[in-house]
Design a protein around this ligand. Structure first.
Ligand code: AMP
Length: 147
């Protein structure tokens, strides 16, 4: 059996990312594997106004959202010392983009949190569950608890 050579860490910028990221770093070092990181932009800000909830679609707010997300990814990736060529920020559906990137880059281990921004209501979050189900490579769901 060969060691993992390419590991993909999926982060959703929830408060528990840090814990999952540390596991990914540890495994990448242990296996001397390349570490990649992905965040999928799947949320559009919907501020409440006196007229109800409005989807902000003007260029400026999309631009500042993108800059904020880029900075979050840069911060985590810098801490993990991930090569800039191995960082991905894409628009789309998280499970689909994570699985597609893993296949394109011949990743042999995907690491996700057992739960993310979408809460602890189920045994596994929906992204974690779908990645586990559809990915062609191994998937590690790092167990996250409420506290
Ligand atoms: P969920 O199943 O959505 O509760 O999230 C579980 C895990 O899936 C998170 O801890 C991340 O590892 C991954 N994940 C969820 N959403 C995203 C996203 N938008 N981009 C990258 N990874 C994500």
């Amino acid at each position: 059996m060969s060691a993992y050579q390419s590991i993909l860490l999926a982060v959703d910028f929830s408060t528990q990312d840090d814990y999952v990221a540390k596991r990914a770093k540890y495994l990448a070092e242990t296996f001397n594997a390349e570490l990649r990181i992905i965040h999928v932009l799947d949320n559009i800000p919907m501020p409440d106004t006196p007229y109800g909830t409005v989807i902000a679609l003007d260029g400026n707010s999309s631009y500042s959202l993108l800059e904020t997300e880029k900075n979050k990814l840069r911060k985590i990736a810098d801490q993990l010392e991930i090569d800039p060529m191995r960082r991905r920020l894409v628009w789309g559906e998280p499970k689909q983009e994570i699985i597609q990137l893993a296949a394109q880059e011949k990743v042999d281990l995907i690491i996700v949190g057992s739960h993310g921004r979408h809460g602890l209501a189920m045994l596994l979050g929906s992204t974690a569950n779908d990645v586990l189900y559809y990915a062609k490579c191994d998937v590690l769901a790092v167990r996250l608890q409420e506290n």
